[in-house]
Design a protein around this ligand. Structure first.
Ligand code: GLV
Ligand code: MN
Ligand code: MN
Length: 393
């Protein structure tokens, strides 16, 4: 199969123009934003030009469908609130290029809200049955907008039956430092870590920042600060060097310099490849938050917990990627786990899945600076195409 690296790069740069941040190659294209919906309209046209039949489901997942049973390729085209040009986009545009060139049926997907404006990989979670649409509709973004309201901008054409797909391969940037550090050019994913994510709220007493003595304060931010510090200590005997946890969003009420904050809501997210460890971490998180609230005479509450279990990649699809990687990047590729989450996790409930990585310069992603050498982007596309051809042959 002869893919066209220049056409693929041109499409990738065109997709970047939707929501271009003006800072480096960054994009601001969160799920259901104007830029996201415009990008999807453009993608729909590209899918149709490739001879695919386009369907958009109720969530806004965009499918370009081949006739009959087909292999599904793709990823997502929404971005983080401050995102890079390749996270998700690479897998979608690589899929499009392979679908244009393959002499076997290839379908293309751009999932909606992989970046979790409303949760965690929301579009593929709903499509795979991991999450009910009715339950998903109640999820709120950080501004209090419900998914049900946000997805009104979607014009659904119909639901897509997963039974028509024989498997799913997602190409993606690594988003971490491994390949860039070792100088290897391709990664074949062995498994994807699991994740838990929930909101925690501390409520104390809003008060005057000048007159309230320190020992009488019930300051919600001080509770978060103590929690964050103590958590690392409590985790010490439970986590491994591969375990990660993040407080990435914090909102203080009323968020003013001269007011002791009465309320703090923050995101608590943790990830690991071992499902049991995720459970033990949850127990520690809940117990510690309750302990701190009690000691400070405050209330604590926990939002709905979203989670995905760790998953293994399919042996047959993975072998096809490994063989293709060895033939195109002999000795310069590795098998590796994914510390980032992907739609492939949800899709693995429905069919065999596998993933392919290319390096991220400096290991940076979820930031405007995210980038990959174009030579590596094209090599990844060729490895994908080689694997697809071998699976068919
Ligand atoms: C997906 O973007 C993730 O947060 O891993
Ligand atoms: Mn992604
Ligand atoms: Mn991402």
């Amino acid at each position: 199969m002869q893919v066209d690296g220049q056409r693929f790069l041109a499409d990738l740069h065109k997709l970047r123009s939707f929501g271009a941040s003006g800072v480096g190659k960054g994009v601001v294209r969160p799920a259901y934003s104007e830029a996201d919906m415009e990008a999807r309209t453009w993608l729909k046209g590209r899918m149709e030009e490739a001879g695919l039949r386009v369907e958009t489901d109720a969530m806004g997942n965009l499918f370009g469908l081949a006739e009959g049973p087909s292999l599904l390729l793709g990823s997502h085209s929404d971005s983080q609130p401050e995102g890079g040009w390749l996270d998700g986009a690479l897998g979608v545009i690589a899929a499009l290029e392979v679908a244009r060139c393959a002499d076997m049926p290839i379908s293309v997907i751009s999932f909606q809200d992989e970046e979790g404006r409303f949760g965690v990989t929301t579009g593929s979670a709903v499509w795979s049955g991991q999450l009910d649409l009715e339950a998903a509709d109640l999820l709120l973004d950080h501004n209090g907008v419900a998914l049900a309201e946000a997805r009104r901008v979607v014009n659904p054409t119909g639901e897509v039956d997963p039974a028509q797909f024989t498997g799913f391969i997602e190409m993606h940037i690594e988003q971490g430092p491994v390949l860039d550090t070792t100088g290897e050019r391709v990664g074949v994913v062995s498994d994807i870590v699991g994740i838990r994510d929930m909101k925690i709220t501390f409520e104390g007493q809003q008060n005057h920042a000048g007159t309230t003595p320190m020992h009488l304060r019930r300051d919600a931010f001080q509770a978060v600060s103590e929690f964050n510090h103590a958590l690392a200590e409590r985790f010490k005997n439970v986590v491994t060097p591969a375990t990660v946890w993040t407080i990435g969003h914090l909102s203080l009420h009323p968020n003013a310099s001269s007011i002791v904050p009465g309320k703090a809501v923050f995101s608590m997210q943790w990830r690991d490849g071992d499902a049991d460890r995720l459970v033990r971490m949850e127990q520690i998180i809940r117990a510690l938050a309750q302990e701190i609230a009690q000691a400070r005479g405050m209330e604590v509450s926990f939002g709905p917990m979203l989670g995905l279990e760790p998953v293994h990649m399919d042996a047959r699809l993975r072998r096809a990627l490994e063989t293709s990687a060895e033939s195109l990047a002999s000795g310069a590729w590795r098998v590796m786990p994914s510390g980032a989450l992907h739609d492939a996790t949800n899709v693995s409930r429905l069919m065999p899945v596998a993933m392919l990585f290319v390096p991220s310069i400096g290991g940076i992603s979820h930031a405007f600076e995210e980038d990959t050498d174009e030579e590596h982007l094209v090599l990844g596309l060729e490895v994908l195409a080689g694997a697809v051809a071998a699976l068919h042959g």
